[in-house]
Write a new protein. Structure first.
Length: 158
């Protein structure tokens, strides 16, 4: 934690929440009207209330449970996993066809992945830790160039 005049707050070099795309959230929101239809046969008012609550709950849970990628305090956090920056190699930002190939035919089966559908860019980060069985981390990112630049800059400061 970094002490600032405004109080104590973490010193994030990078932070990104991998939220679902809008079409996925809209698709999930259909659960509410389905609950409304089921409950309308018993009580139309209760059906509307429960359907609205279900819609809000499903969308809120999808947003709240979305994994976060952070670079802070000498660590790379990806979801629940974390690794010290000193164990990372030179990251590579990939988009388009190169990202598709990195997620598919070129993927090492031992790689650790935090890949989300609907997010085109990925960052491939090789590991320099002989004790780690994973040779690399593959992370989805909406801003892969920025994430790889922050990892490079943070590694040089370690």
């Amino acid at each position: 934690m970094q002490k600032t005049e405004a109080g104590t707050r973490p010193a994030y070099a990078y932070r990104e929440r991998l939220t679902p795309s809008l079409w996925v959230l809209a698709s999930a929101a259909v659960v509410g009207p389905m609950a409304t239809l089921v409950l309308t046969a018993f009580d139309p008012s209760a059906g509307l209330v429960v359907g609205g609550a279900v819609t809000v709950a499903v969308v809120a849970l999808m947003l709240a449970l979305s994994p976060v990628i952070e670079v802070r305090d000498g660590w790379l956090h990806a979801g629940r996993a974390k690794i010290e920056l000193r164990f990372l190699g030179d990251p590579e930002a990939l988009v388009g066809e190169a990202a598709r190939a990195a997620r598919g035919p070129e993927l090492d089966p031992r790689a650790w992945m935090l890949v989300r559908p609907g997010i085109d860019g990925v960052v491939r980060v090789p590991l320099d830790d002989p004790r780690d069985p994973a040779p690399l981390w593959l992370l989805s990112s909406r801003t892969p160039d920025r994430l790889s630049a922050v990892i490079r800059a943070a590694r040089s400061g370690v």
